[in-house]
Design a protein around this ligand. Structure first.
Ligand SMILES: Cc1cc2nc3c(=O)[nH]c(=O)nc-3n(C[C@H](O)[C@H](O)[C@H](O)COP(=O)(O)OP(=O)(O)OC[C@H]3O[C@@H](n4cnc5c(N)ncnc54)[C@H](O)[C@@H]3O)c2cc1C
Length: 461
């Protein structure tokens, strides 16, 4: 029987695990705590164009508009048209959504939500169902992919080779490589860098989405989701001045806030007009109260934070990488679905669709490892991750320019960190330097407009 190893226990990995187990595959899922994922933290919900009055075309157009026309249109149609399959899959697990919200960039209230803690409910249920189906959960951080001559044989865990016929990278993105993020600190992208080093190129690395309304508190970085703005909260400066349409796509709102902060102003979210904030956004209410803020009465100080990595290991329509028997799904993968900017709540859709699709691909490919060659262990200590996070925040943050990106590349040489993390950081800086234009999540103050000649460069190691 084909043995499949999945690295990462977020919604993408768990979806693939369930779909594989339902087809009778022998599935092992390596994870470092199911709660330790960005999936668990997802607040607003999952975009699904399945309600009456909505249409695939409308969702496709919203996705491409938000992506600033850099999306691969075939991929967008492919993912969006599988949303009813994704919905049926979630229903078959017994998931119950509570309602539908509008989020920035969507022209229809198609974001399915559960108490603004959608990720927590989805992840927990998927985990329970995967367990019931006999998926073998192994706790730990995979240190490296086992690849020889562009063919994958499994992964290294605790220094030992775990052999798989097919390896599915579902370890999330690389937002934790930036100083401020509300996501899991484990999402450094080590295995994305590892995949690049071993022959699977990454793409679109310069596109890192900054969420406009992060909250940097005593208890760490948290997120005040877009749904709060969808429900009517306004962005204001300390003088009470509104300066942006709150429902514009994230990049526009994040830069508008950044400009106010650059002027030395403080920026707040005024949610005092929302009826029953506590009931509608219990998770956000709880962490704000812990920080001494009552959003029903007080203004919430906000700050843009690294939120979503659009780039990742390049995959085709079937989630195959350039390394044989190595697949990538969810935020770890990149195939042009999001273009230059991810439309809100499209990533959970992508997680479920890619998780289901990769199973069909594995069924078709029938990967089989007959003999495992000698493969040298290639794990490394992370090293000075703090310095890398500072550097990317400073030189490849919300607003970039050629000089600062070159500074960043120079500074990178002096940092003592894992080769794979440095490779990934170099890819982000280099791609951002090459892209002499501004588009979506990538903003260059020295090239403030989109330029036709800039198509997606691939980043090879
Ligand atoms: C605060 C927050 C709110 C969000 N809200 C929404 C939302 O409302 N809607 C939406 O669509 N998107 C949202 N997003 C984005 C979305 O949550 C993620 O893009 C998505 O969940 C990614 O899922 P994934 O399965 O690909 O990866 P993840 O959920 O990040 O899971 C990857 C897992 O792999 C593990 N891992 C990493 N490296 C290794 C390794 N070497 N070995 C083993 N395991 C490893 C990680 O610990 C993690 O558990 C939000 C993100 C954040 C941070």
């Amino acid at each position: 029987m084909t043995e499949v190893g999945i690295i990462g226990g977020g919604i993408a990995g768990l979806t693939a695990a369930i779909a594989l187990a339902r087809k009778g595959f022998d599935v092992t899922l390596i994870h470092e705590g199911i709660k330790n994922s960005n999936s668990y933290l997802a607040q607003a919900g999952i975009a699904l164009p399945v309600l009456e009055g909505d249409s695939l075309k409308s969702h496709v157009l919203d996705t491409i508009r938000a992506g600033r026309y850099l999306n691969d249109e075939e991929v967008v149609w492919n993912v969006v048209s599988k949303s009813s399959e994704a919905y049926s899959f979630l229903m078959s697990l017994g998931l119950e959504f509570e309602g539908n919200e509008v989020e920035g960039g969507h022209s229809f209230p198609r974001v399915f939500t559960i108490k603004n803690e959608t990720g927590k409910h989805m992840t927990t249920l998927l985990y329970v169902r995967a367990k019931e189906l006999g998926v073998n959960f192994v706790q730990g951080l995979a240190e490296a992919l086992a690849v020889r001559e562009k063919r994958a044989y499994g992964v290294f865990l605790n220094g030992e080779l775990m052999r798989f016929d097919a390896s599915v990278l579902a370890a999330g993105g690389y937002t934790a490589l930036f100083k401020y993020t509300a996501g899991s600190e484990l999402n450094l992208g080590t295995l994305i860098g590892d995949a690049v080093l071993k022959g699977a190129p990454a793409r679109d690395l310069e596109f890192v989405q900054f969420h406009p309304t992060g909250f940097i508190g005593r208890d760490g970085v948290k997120l005040v989701s877009e749904a709060v703005r969808g429900a009517g909260a306004k962005l204001v400066t300390e003088d009470g001045e509104r300066f942006v349409n709150e429902l514009e796509p994230r990049d526009v709102v994040a830069r508008a806030i950044y400009r106010q902060l650059q002027k030395g102003k403080k920026v707040f979210l005024d949610a005092t007009g929302i009826e029953d904030f506590r009931g509608r956004f219990p998770q956000i209410y709880a962490f704000l109260r812990k920080e001494g803020i009552n959003p029903e009465k007080d203004l919430i100080p906000v700050f843009p934070i690294a939120h979503y990595s659009i780039g990742g290991v390049a995959v085709d329509l079937w989630y195959r990488t350039a390394v044989k028997n190595l697949y990538a799904i969810g935020e770890a993968a990149s195939n042009g679905f999001h273009g230059a900017n991810r439309l809100a709540s499209n990533s959970l859709l992508e997680c479920v669709v890619s998780g289901l699709e990769v199973v069909r691909t594995i069924c078709r490919d029938r990967p089989r490892v007959r003999e495992t060659p000698e493969i040298e262990y290639s794990g490394e200590e992370p090293g000075d991750v703090g310095a890398l996070r500072e550097l990317l925040w400073r030189y490849a943050g919300i607003v970039r320019n050629g000089e600062s990106l070159k500074e960043g590349l120079k500074g990178l040489e002096g940092i003592d960190a894992d080769t794979r993390l440095k490779l990934l950081a170099r890819g982000i800086l280099k791609n951002a330097l090459i892209r002499e234009e501004s588009r979506g999540a990538h903003f260059r103050e020295d090239f403030p407009h989109p330029r036709k000649e800039f198509e997606r460069p691939l980043f090879w190691s």
